[in-house]
Design a protein around this ligand. Structure first.
Ligand SMILES: Cc1cc2nc3c(=O)[nH]c(=O)nc-3n(C[C@H](O)[C@H](O)[C@H](O)COP(=O)(O)OP(=O)(O)OC[C@H]3O[C@@H](n4cnc5c(N)ncnc54)[C@H](O)[C@@H]3O)c2cc1C
Length: 597
């Protein structure tokens, strides 16, 4: 496995040059005093060291050893505890947390890039703090001040961690079916009873307390999703003075043995009249939980992106070293028995597929994070509303597209290794196993596609989509120059295609209930490639400007333009076949009767 090296140059290009993050931060009073270009750069630099030195070295050993369960106690693999302590002491858990409770208040544009480094270095490790960050966000947004004061400082400090307890054996996607009950007590607290499965970081040895956010139903709650409330249930109770009290009635029944992310403890959690506290309003638990889930969704998308980057670094190193056969145009290393496999068009094709989609994905994750920052920090009501709409639209797209492409990229990296990619030593087979879950948890990618096309597009008559399309058209119009034509002309066509297909589905769905579900996955991919085309047009414009101004880094910017050209010529055309599938409609899916399957 190649040694992980954070792609700092590309991250800085995206953050500082393409999206001019420091100018944006300076324009928002609530960020202006917190972060500037220099601070952001120092954070990325430190993040790169931490992930390369502390997390990446534990990736393979963590996979081989896995998490252990022993009579209710869970231990993480050797080295995890020490690495987590270093991580927590560095203040990384609270990187984007609320400064009022000890967080550092950093923008998502920055923390998203750090998260990418984390996932590249070690998927399993990253899930422990990520769940905590998400739980903190839900508490910060929906819990009382007293709860925030009691829990958030310890969680941001990494002394306590968080978990998200939704899933039950009979209730995954359809959370309206949950059985877990919460009974109100006279003192305003609740007793929570039920069993949750597949709970990431539900039990472990990294922190002294675990704060579970649990979905449960009150007696006589309305049936379905409208009867769900959210509860904070600590593993250990907290005394009035903030010190740790006795154990709560929460236990870990077992952990799962699974395909990948083996060092991440996936737990069965039993709540047996456990003491809990209501978060947010009664029966509005799903709304509160969505604060956590939306954050987690972008983060899990970034898992796909981080794995793509690692796949690229690993496969590129191998493609330069491995010699097999001769270049079709004649030997490039005539003194050796064979040429590096990097000379073969098929190997270049796979490497460029990974490189292009990873660079576009990095830009897109920063772009979505920018919308989240504007929605959170902007004082301009119009800007905030537009950013809210864009982040709602683009979060399910990022989650599903990054992770679908992430698996494809890890498999292509594995293919570059030939048979060695199937063997543990290469590290590629672990990447394939680890990235696979990202398409499934945090709402399957099928559900993300339904969310994008159903709730976020058809349900509002394409309003959010139109806002996105307007922005892209604005870019095309103001960059309709001779030098940018090779990018903006196909971008404009791709956007026109996406617009047509969007309104085709909106119209069809008015009379045919199955059209959304039939179109959604391929629609999401048409949207994803079109969004990436927009990202490459933005990056190409920045690269051209730098080259025109004169730069010592000509090779970097020329490389960016070549990668953009590759994307436009060899990946963007995928939208045509995907569009054909979308507009074939739902009928072919239902021609076969159920008993003909
Ligand atoms: C390793 C791991 C870690 C996890 N971590 C957590 C965690 O920390 N907390 C937590 O609460 N859960 C967690 N989960 C659970 C995970 O989020 C669920 O597995 C996932 O949401 C899918 O639910 P399910 O497995 O019950 O599948 P189901 O809901 O049974 O879905 C089965 C299939 O049907 C499809 N489907 C279902 N409903 C519809 C519909 N209405 N329309 C179209 N298609 C549909 C799905 O897309 C899927 O393909 C984890 C799971 C795993 C494996």
């Amino acid at each position: 496995m190649a040694e992980y090296k954070a792609p700092l140059r590309d991250m800085r290009f995206v953050l500082n040059e393409v999206f001019k993050a420091s100018e944006l931060w300076a324009s928002m009073p609530r960020l202006a005093d917190v972060v500037d270009a220099e601070t952001a750069d120092a954070i990325l630099e430190e993040g790169a060291k931490l992930t390369a030195r502390e997390l990446a070295p534990l990736n393979r050993s963590g996979d081989e050893e896995g998490a252990h369960w022993d009579n209710g106690d869970v231990t993480t693999p050797a080295g995890f505890k020490k690495a987590f302590a270093t991580y927590a002491e560095g203040g990384w858990v609270g990187l984007s947390g609320n400064p009022k409770y000890g967080g550092l208040g950093m923008p998502k544009m920055l923390s998203a890039q750090f998260e990418e480094m984390m996932y590249s270095a070690n998927n399993s490790f990253t899930l422990y703090p990520t769940l905590t960050t998400g739980a903190c966000m839900a508490l910060n947004a929906h819990a009382s001040q007293e709860i925030c004061e009691t829990y958030l400082p310890n969680m941001y400090a990494g002394v306590w961690s968080g978990s998200m307890c939704l899933t039950e054996s009979h209730s995954g996607t359809d959370l309206g079916l949950i059985h877990t009950k919460a009974e109100p007590q006279n003192d305003g607290s609740y007793r929570v009873t039920g069993t949750k499965i597949f709970i990431t970081a539900g039990e472990h040895d990294l922190t002294e307390n675990i704060i579970h956010l649990v979905l449960a139903k009150l007696p006589n709650a309305p049936k379905g999703p409208r009867g769900i409330s959210l509860f904070l249930v600590p593993k250990r109770l907290v005394n009035e003075d903030g010190s740790l009290g006795e154990s709560n009635d929460v236990s870990c029944g077992s952990i799962e043995h699974k395909m990948g992310i083996r060092a991440s403890a996936t737990c069965v959690m039993n709540f047996d009249h456990a003491l809990g506290y209501l978060i947010g309003e009664v029966n509005k638990g799903l709304t509160a939980m969505f604060t956590m889930m939306n954050y987690e969704r972008l983060s899990i998308g970034i898992q796909g992106l981080g794995c793509s980057e690692m796949s690229y670094q690993n496969a590129l190193e191998y493609a330069k070293e491995r010699t097999q056969g001769r270049a079709a145009t004649g030997a490039t290393q005539p003194d050796k028995a064979a040429d590096p496999i990097l000379e073969h068009p098929d190997i270049r094709r796979m490497l460029l597929n990974i490189k292009a989609t990873t660079e576009a994905g990095r830009a897109f994750s920063t772009y979505v994070a920018k919308q989240l920052d504007l929605a959170k920090f902007s004082d301009n009501a119009d800007e905030k509303a537009s950013a809210d709409a864009l982040s709602a639209l683009l979060t399910p797209l990022a989650k599903a597209f990054f992770t679908d492409v992430g698996l494809e990229n890890c498999i292509q990296g594995q293919q570059i290794f030939g048979g060695h990619g199937y063997i543990c030593e290469s590290g590629q087979e672990q990447l394939v196993r680890d990235v696979r879950i990202a398409q499934i948890y945090e709402g399957t990618n099928g559900i993300q596609a339904l969310d994008l096309l159903g709730r976020k597009t058809v349900a509002n008559g394409g309003k959010f989509f139109t806002a996105f399309a307007r922005e892209v058209k604005g870019f095309v119009e103001s960059n309709n120059t001779k030098t940018m034509a090779e990018f903006v002309t196909p971008l404009s066509k791709a956007l026109g295609n996406l617009e047509r297909v969007t309104f085709w589905v909106i119209n069809k769905a008015a009379n045919h209930p199955n059209e959304i579900g039939a179109a959604s996955v391929e629609y999401l991919h048409v949207f994803g490639y079109t969004a990436y085309a927009y990202m490459f047009a933005l990056m190409a414009k920045t690269a051209q400007d730098q080259l025109t101004a004169g730069t010592e880094e000509e090779s970097f910017y020329l490389g960016k333009l070549s990668t953009a050209r590759y994307f436009y010529k060899r990946l963007l055309p995928r939208i045509h076949s995907l569009t054909e599938i979308v507009i074939s409609g739902a009928d072919p899916l239902f021609e076969l009767s159920n008993d003909q399957f």
